[in-house]
Design a binder for this molecule. Sequence first.
Ligand code: NAD
Length: 276
Amino acid sequence: MRDALSVRLGEANLHLGREAEVHGRTLYHRRRGRARARPPDQGNQPCVALTGAGVSTESGIPDFRSPTGIWADFDPAEYASLPAFRADPVKVWRFYKPRIAMLTEAQPNAAHRALAALERAGLVEAVVTQNIDLLHERAGSRNLVEVHGSIRTATCPGCGSSYPRAAVVAKLERADAPTCDSCDAILKPDVVFFGELLPAAAIERAFELARRARLLLVVGSSLEVHPVAALPEETLTAGGRVAIVNKGPTPYDGRADLKLEENAGIALGAVAGELV
Ligand code: NAD
């Protein structure tokens, strides 16, 4: 069945021997003491994936808000906000320099590969990601909406010149902060800082995809950062459904048809293994 992604997610979880936490219109019923998947009453296409930092932790990239996340050690207001960058860009780059090195070395994991395979198979229409790490693209996702920008480029705030990641990495080998060749200003990574507007085209596209989605598959996001955190509401209001694969609570757990407290790589790897 090509459209029963949330059911297959449940089956994948059952294959793993775990009890799925299921909310709302249940996709399970009990038979002889075992939970079994029940066919959904409507199609799940188009299915749109919405990913967050949790999809990349299995690639060795820490998330933000879990106990081992980046914000456990660094205050976002000091290192990831526009006022912080304007006040002391070198300090912000000292935080970003090891991060960019880590992100450059990280490899896509089973969750990234599964989403790319599901897209190739026509089972996922698009991936909307809050991640800046390029791992979805490197795994092969093509219809990708990066709502928080990416480390693909950095831009000079003085003259607007754009630099590809390789040039930024080369500059960081020689200095704490990369500077513009033309005007010597310190470059800004093209990631969205707190206090900064999201790229308009990307966020508009994300809302449009969420409204059209019959199933919004949330993977590895605490759904705490707005406006992205409002995307499930768009899907639900338009009559679509939400499935969540996340270790940890989200504000939508009670309204999702399916909530799996599972590693994204394990859950999505099992789904893609079955469907693709
Ligand atoms: P978040 O840290 O708020 O939430 C991540 C969630 O994923 C947590 O609930 C965590 O428990 C869960 N999680 C961790 N590992 C998991 C796994 N293996 N499987 C399933 N769930 C797992 O992150 P968010 O919701 O993406 O917050 C948004 C912000 O995080 C964005 O601004 C984004 O740009 C930024 N961010 C991106 C990266 C990256 O590019 N890889 C890394 C850190 C933060």
